[in-house]
Each structure stands twice: as C-alpha cells, then as structure tokens.
Design a protein around this ligand. Structure first.
Ligand code: CO
Ligand code: CO
Ligand code: CO
Length: 318
C-alpha cells in the first residue's frame, strides 16, 4: 500500500504524529499534551469455517495494530461484506464472536456498516489511546537490541492445509487459539518497560515485517532462524508443497533483501515468509530489559538482534 499512497497529496497538521508515509500499523493524532488517538482499520476474508471464531480472529487481528503502537483500544466500528443470498445468521454469529473478543479487550463496538459483497468479509476500524510521548513505532530499533516474538508462525500454511483437508485437528486448533489471542499482554509489558520498536506480524510475514522494521529504523536485523517459534506441522506441509499464494509473493519479494545462512533450507526460508493472520508482536528491546520483559510475557522469545546497517537489511542465521 505504501507505494500506491506515496504519490498522493498529503495532509499537514502539527498534530499528525504518524500517517501513511510511515510503515507503522496505524495513524496517530495528538489531541493534547497527554493524549493521542491511534486509528486503524483491518478487514479479513474467512480463514476458518466457524463464523463465531472468525469474528473473534478478525477482531483480535484489528486490535493488534493498536497494541503494536503501545496503545489501549477504546472504541470500534465494524465493517462487513456479506452476500445478499447468504443466511444472515452467519453474519450474526460473526458479530457475536467479535463482540465477545471486543469485551475481553475492553473495547466498545458502537456500530458499523455492512455492504452487499460476493464473499464474506469482516473487520473493524478501531480507535485507541496512547500518551503522545509513549507511541511505539516501527522505526526505533537500535543496534544492540534484542528481537522478541510473541506468537509462533505458520498460520497461513496450516490454514491453507486445513482448507485442503490435510491439516490435523490438533494443528488447526493450535493456530485458532493463537489467532484468537489478543496481543494485550505484550502491550501491557511495553507500557511498563520501554522498548525501542514494535510491529505486529500479519500479511507480510515475519521476514516482511522485519524488513519494514530494518528499513524504517535504518539498521539490519540478524534473525536466529532456528530460534523462531513455529507451529510444528507447518514445515511438514511446506515440504509437501503447500504454500499460500500471498506467502509465495512475500517470499519472492523478500528474497533479494535477505541473506540466508546455507543451513536455512528453502522450506524454512518460505516458512519465515508465511503470511500470518492475527500474528504476534515483533519487539525490539534493549538487551538489558529482555529478562524483565520475558518475566512479564513468558511467551515472548528471543529470535534475533539488531545490528548496524549492513549490505543486507536481513541476515538469517541458524
Ligand atoms: Co499491523
Ligand atoms: Co493492519
Ligand atoms: Co452506514
């Protein structure tokens, strides 16, 4: 989207802290010295069969961009596409799941808008709140920082395998639990412990969003390939040739910017580029603060480090 939007006329207003010219997850607008609004919108096509669960996942996914910037989500409006001939109880289930997840997050859905569409789509526009001097962006990573990741990767590969009826129920349940999980615990910890940069891992995959962080922060990232948490079966399905088209285009885009150690085989390279839905947060944190952070968020794992800008934005070792 950034390429498309870069040529458009810009809004100038001293209260705009973050707009579409950055690679951040949301826009940020300062209201006064103590408060800024974080505003974001996301919409998904169904990735699971159960409409209630889909509503939960789409909601966790939409809220994630607020959490990634260190904010507390406040209110939301839903946006849905729905085929006129489809059973409207499906839409109701999606919204019920969404409300359930919103309540868990303490967000109020105040209304929304549905349009007739060929396929089902659902998402939220969300407003969050943050202290203007506490906004966490993608552009603050510093050499010496450690990189933490809060959820395993491989949801794209496993959900595609599930659609082909190749995934086991166990691995499907694992990714559903993960996609439903809010990133609020990591956000709480980021508000307590100052971190340097954060972004959530979604459609551009772990390496795509890492690339954005490297570019925005003008550094290189050294990813420890064997330390990245993965859903175990994902690699098995990649080896069988299952790889979603979106993940494939990530892989092709990212490859020239990444230097892979010879031990990182092609299946693994692909897995690291897999498009995620409602993925975890990638956090760049001063190494002295890692221990404290991981005590508060035990699922956050060290997957790499930030180094001075080198020939490649990304180095993937083993
Ligand atoms: Co995002
Ligand atoms: Co987003
Ligand atoms: Co309307």
């Amino acid at each position: 989207m950034v390429q498309v939007l870069s040529d458009l006329p810009k809004f100038t207003d001293p209260n705009i802290l973050i707009d579409q010219t950055s690679l951040d997850d949301a826009g940020v607008y300062k209201i006064d010295a103590h408060r800024a609004l974080i505003f974001t919108v996301d919409i998904l096509t169904p990735i699971v069969d159960d409409p209630y669960v889909f509503g939960e996942i789409a909601t966790a996914n939409s809220l994630s961009d607020i959490y990634a910037m260190g904010g507390d989500p406040l209110i939301a409006l839903n946006i849905a596409g729905f085929p006129p001939e489809a059973d409207v109880s499906i839409l109701k289930e999606i919204i019920k799941g969404s409300i359930h997840k919103a309540k868990e997050a303490g967000v109020k859905i105040l209304g929304g808008h549905t349009i007739k569409d060929e396929g089902v789509k659902y998402g939220l526009a969300v407003i969050g709140i943050v202290k203007p001097d506490k906004v966490i962006t993608i552009s603050g990573a510093k050499p010496g920082d450690k990189l933490l990741l809060t959820k395993p990767i491989g949801t794209g590969i496993i959900s595609t395998s599930a659609k082909m009826e190749m995934a086991t129920q166990i691995s499907l349940n694992q990714i559903i639990d993960s996609m439903c999980r809010l990133n609020n615990k990591a956000k709480d910890a980021m508000q307590k412990i100052e971190v340097n940069a954060c972004t959530d891992i979604t459609g551009f995959g772990l390496l795509g969003h890492s690339l954005e962080m490297a570019r925005s922060s003008k550094v290189s990232l050294n990813i420890y390939g064997n330390k990245v948490p993965i859903f175990k079966d994902a690699i098995k399905y990649v080896n069988k040739g299952i790889f979603p088209p979106g993940s494939q285009s990530n892989f092709e885009y990212i490859h020239p910017y990444a230097r892979f150690d010879t031990q990182v085989n092609e299946s693994y390279q692909k897995l690291l580029c897999d498009a995620q839905t409602s993925g975890g947060l990638l956090i760049s944190i001063p190494s002295s603060k890692v221990e404290h952070f991981c005590k508060l968020v035990p699922e956050a794992l060290i997957i790499g480090e930030v180094i001075k800008k080198g020939k490649f934005p990304l180095y993937i070792g083993w």
